[in-house]
Design a protein. Sequence first.
Length: 480
Amino acid sequence: MKIVFAASEAAPFIKTGGLGDVAGALPDALSHQKGAEVLVFLPYYKSVKNNPDIKTEFLKSFAVSLSWRVQHVGVFRLKSKKKKHQVYFIDNEYYFGKDGAYGYADDGERFAYFSKAILESLVQLGIKPDIIHANDWQTALIPVLLHAFYEEPLGGAKTVFTIHNMEYQGKCDPYFIPDVLGLPESYTNTMIFGDNTNFMKGAILMSDAVTTVSHTYADEIRYPYFAHGLASIISAHAFKLRGIVNGIDTKRYDPAADPELSVPYDIATYKDGKRAAKEALQRELGLPVRGDVPMIGIVSRLVEHKGMGLLCGLLDELMRWDLQIAIVGTGDYAFEHDLSHAAYSHPDKLSVTLRFDQKLASRIYAASDFYLMPSKSEPCGLSQLIAMRYGSVPIVHAIGGLRDTIEPWNPETGDGTGFTFQSFCALDMIDAIRRAFTLYGTDKEAFSRLIENGMRRDSSWDVPAGEYRQLYNELRPDKA
Ligand code: GLC
């Protein structure tokens, strides 16, 4: 079975968020499934092209049309002996020769181009996929363009569209449909939602299957609170929607092999490893060096939907407690400002590093006793999985993937992996932190068990890769 996996980012080449983690690890896991041949397509961004460690070979160049535009496509392929799957890069300096991946006025056109260029590349390279798997708004046009322009050469392919986050749907002017996509008028109903051309709506309508990254989120997005306007569209297509919970790259996120840790550890040695990591981090961040103080870690974008508003509203209260909080991340100015201000006033309790810094993130996962994730909505969330692997106990708002992956601690049975709160409100969150700290302070044995439950959890990609394969098999029983 030939599977084309299309994404706008993938670790280790380029990553700005969770999609990059997934697109970096899932194709690899899929390629180890029996009979699977996986081809990943990514944009050849400037940063990727200029990276001397990423070696590629040129395959072919040709033109693709976007309505009246005729644009260049260069296809490069990664030279790698390590990977079982192939990675292709779509080259076009006009669209991808910018400094970053997203955030430009012509993003809609850039990713419309990317989606069409992938389909054209398949034709030009003589690749006949059985499955084309698109991800998020940036590649959401693939099922639509396939249907409109590539039925004949690629028609046998079935399409899967994965929603990693409903918030970003790819919205453009209605004029985009004829002027950039070159679609006939008959596609207007498919593509228009409200006052916009909506890429995600098009993908939901035109894909053979839609998935999202947890079971709970698959239910939640049928409701307006979570669906960012598309609830009715999701409800009408719920028959082809399913949730598949993400995994993480367990080789990359492994406290026994993490170069950031001076004392690597596993489940047998975590007490020593975490003690050393905590002391080192306290020194590094200028926090008082104390083993006994409960430390909360946060590695997050500092934005409202990650629960930063809720956290900022509680800082005054939390700063009265005996605790330490270490935060790393960037985001909205208001949260960056409020958090730095609080850190300035409470240097002995709160450390805030306003950077995207994956190395410091590793040190925080290892050093912290708890990992706070008060997200307002969370399609899956990956950092709670990383935290558990590093023996940091999650305290989470029980929604989306957080509900699916964190089982509340049960003192009766000794089961569970973290602490959860049900409603998105200050009192509930404070109560969860208080319950967590009480266990930490009063029952070391139970607390150790809780840590170990989390460290033992299988968060590898093996299970989800099997579920995707199952879905592909259902769509292409002839290739199962
Ligand atoms: C998005 C979601 C996050 C999910 C990730 C990968 O970043 O916000 O919850 O884990 O995609 O699917």
